[in-house]
Design a protein around this ligand. Structure first.
Ligand SMILES: [Zn+2]
Length: 194
């Protein structure tokens, strides 16, 4: 598994491209904007995009969905609870819904879906057990967690989701929707946050 991070859009969203080097397939997580930058990268690497995976429906995570889908033909996957948010940001609606415990596979890489409501009710994280990597969207960041004062947020759900994520093995590396990576071990030490 080879991981590429493209920082896109006005809120510096981390768009992750998870590449299977053996098969040339890849998944794009949170194409939040700057479609041209993402598409140029995919073309240059000649990647075949298997899925466009959305950690939650906010505009800064879905802004390039339409152009990326038109370019690659890949399906858009999102938790059903956030599907209504997509058209508000000019994204097509989902082709498939992410369900807790599902696996999205491309070649021999598998990303397991962990639904994490809180920041929005349709939050989803993706976990690669083999390489101990978690894509945490706007649920868990370096030293903090995603906002819960927004229209579709829930602080109580966020706490449940964080507690669940922090049961993952300490060595798991976390790639959040914004900012620098961290680990389960580091965040467990800091939790609960002030
Ligand atoms: Zn968000």
């Amino acid at each position: 598994m080879k991981l590429h991070t493209l920082v896109v859009g006005p809120i510096q969203t981390n768009c992750y491209i998870v590449e299977n080097e053996k098969s040339g397939e890849a998944a794009v997580i949170d194409p939040g904007g700057e479609a041209k930058k993402i598409i140029d990268f995919i073309r240059e690497k000649r990647l075949k995009i298997s899925a466009i995976i959305i950690t939650h429906g906010h505009f800064d995570h879905v802004g390039a969905n339409e152009k990326l889908k038109a370019e690659t033909g890949a399906p858009i996957l999102v938790n059903q609870a956030d599907d209504f948010l997509l058209p508000l940001s000019d994204s097509p609606k989902a082709d498939r819904f992410l369900k807790d415990g599902d696996s999205i596979t491309f070649g021999d890489i598998s990303l397991k879906v962990i639904l994490t409501p809180g920041h929005t009710m349709g939050g989803a994280c993706l976990y690669n057990e083999q390489e101990k990597v978690l894509f945490s969207g706007d649920t868990l960041f370096f030293g903090t967690y995603g906002r819960t004062d927004l229209p579709h947020s829930s602080q109580a759900e966020m706490m449940k989701s964080l507690e669940r994520l922090l049961t993952l093995p300490p060595e798991v590396k976390i790639y959040p929707g914004h900012g620098r990576p961290t680990t389960i071990e580091a965040e467990k030490k800091r939790f609960p946050y002030d």
